[in-house]
Design a binder for this molecule. Structure first.
Ligand code: ATP
Ligand code: MG
Length: 352
């Protein structure tokens, strides 16, 4: 099990250290960890945010555990040298096309959600977002209208193969969870969405055990807030997924608890290659103070075991240990508690 650990900047190194300790305490067979430079840390040592040796390490690994990149000291650099370019470069070079973002309100943390507690506690969904297509990557430009005004334009496109590939990821996840799938589009207005809807419906034929429903994105946004209990797995394109995953995260209300996975096409000896990272950033304001909550990164490591190594048992053990630590009152500063990074890591390991 070859894992490339890329801690990065700010609180990245502190939180990945705790996630690595959790992995090491599990007695996983043939666990081989290597560490690479990325982000501002890499810029300082190699002059670029994503050095070739880091990329090489990721290419040869079965999975990547990523901390965070971002460094205020690099703000004045040219765009291609900024730390954030590292994660964009990794996504591109590693062919990561599926973004998985669970949003879940843990027991006892309902009060952090902006939703009413009785609604908040029903929020437990996985958003599967396509990452490589859509309006972000279409042709775009600016022209002048007949009245001499500026006009910007962006082309939105999705091909059936692109949709099939992401749909399979979502259906597989739903099948493994024994859950239903909601596909989100805007098929009443967009051609892209009609192809999307038809293709998803076609893929569904191979997953009879997964109940598929379709929903328009405007309704989906409303329903995530009004009645989140109806969603378990949500499949959506790049643009809608960008917005809906942030909406769902905000509905959870605790940035230090949210993990993510980005899966590629490459199959390793264990399963699907992926990159795993917390959704929070480098949080320079608390970096180096031992205050960062490592739970999001620990939960990202659990996703890694599930999606890249087929180790559902250990993944579920980690998730239960985190949930138990929370109900036992182990809380970081982000959750209104006073436990530090190492104490939280230790508390999770004790409960494995
Ligand atoms: P970046 O530029 O890398 O995104 P950021 O300053 O935007 O960094 P975020 O990580 O996006 O920081 O989070 C915003 C705020 O939330 C931070 O200022 C930090 O105080 C808090 N925060 C983020 N992650 C954590 C965490 N794991 N534990 C505790 N607090 C956190
Ligand atoms: Mg940020």
């Amino acid at each position: 099990m070859k894992i490339a650990v890329l801690p990065g900047d700010g609180i990245g190194p502190e939180v990945t250290r705790e996630a690595v300790k959790v992995l090491e305490s599990l007695d996983l067979p043939h666990l081989a960890l290597s560490e690479g430079d990325v982000g501002g840390a890499a810029y300082r040592r190699h002059g670029v945010p994503l050095p070739p040796e880091t990329l090489e390490m990721a290419h040869h690994a079965d999975a990547v555990l990523f901390g965070a990149v971002g460094d205020p000291a690099c703000d004045d650099l040219e765009r291609h040298l900024r730390p954030e370019q590292a994660i964009l470069g990794l996504r591109k070079e590693l062919g990561l096309f599926a973004n998985l973002r669970p949003a879940r309100v843990f027991e006892g943390l309902e009060h952090l959600s902006p939703l009413r507690p009785e609604i908040a506690r029903t929020l437990d969904m996985l958003i599967v977002r396509e990452l490589t297509g859509d309006v972000y990557f279409g042709k775009k430009g600016e022209r002048t209208t007949e009245d001499g005004e500026r006009e910007g334009w962006d082309e939105m496109a999705y091909s059936a193969p692109e949709i099939r590939r992401i749909a399979h990821v979502a259906f597989r996840a739903a099948k493994a969870m024994g859950a239903g799938l909601t596909s989100v589009d805007k098929a009443n207005v967009l051609e892209t969405s009609q192809v999307w809807r038809d293709t998803v419906t076609e893929v569904a034929q191979g997953y009879r055990e997964v109940a598929l429903s379709h929903m328009y994105v405007d309704n989906a946004a409303m329903q995530v807030i009004a009645n989140p209990a109806q969603f378990r797995v949500m499949l959506t394109g790049n643009l809608f997924g960008d917005i809906l995953s942030d909406l769902a995260s905000a509905a959870v209300g605790s940035i230090g608890l949210l993990p993510s996975a980005s899966l590629g096409e490459r199959q390793t000896g264990y399963g699907t290659f992926g990159l795993y990272e917390p959704i929070h950033g480098s949080a320079p304001d608390i970096a180096g103070e031992g205050k960062a909550n490592p739970m999001a990164t620990i939960l990202s490591a659990a996703m890694m075991l599930r999606h890249s190594f087929g180790r559902e048992d250990e993944a579920a053990r980690i998730e239960r240990a985190v949930a138990k630590a929370l109900t036992d009152g182990i809380r970081g500063g982000d959750l209104g508690g006073d436990h530090g990074t190492e104490a939280i890591g230790a508390a999770v390991r004790e409960r494995l």
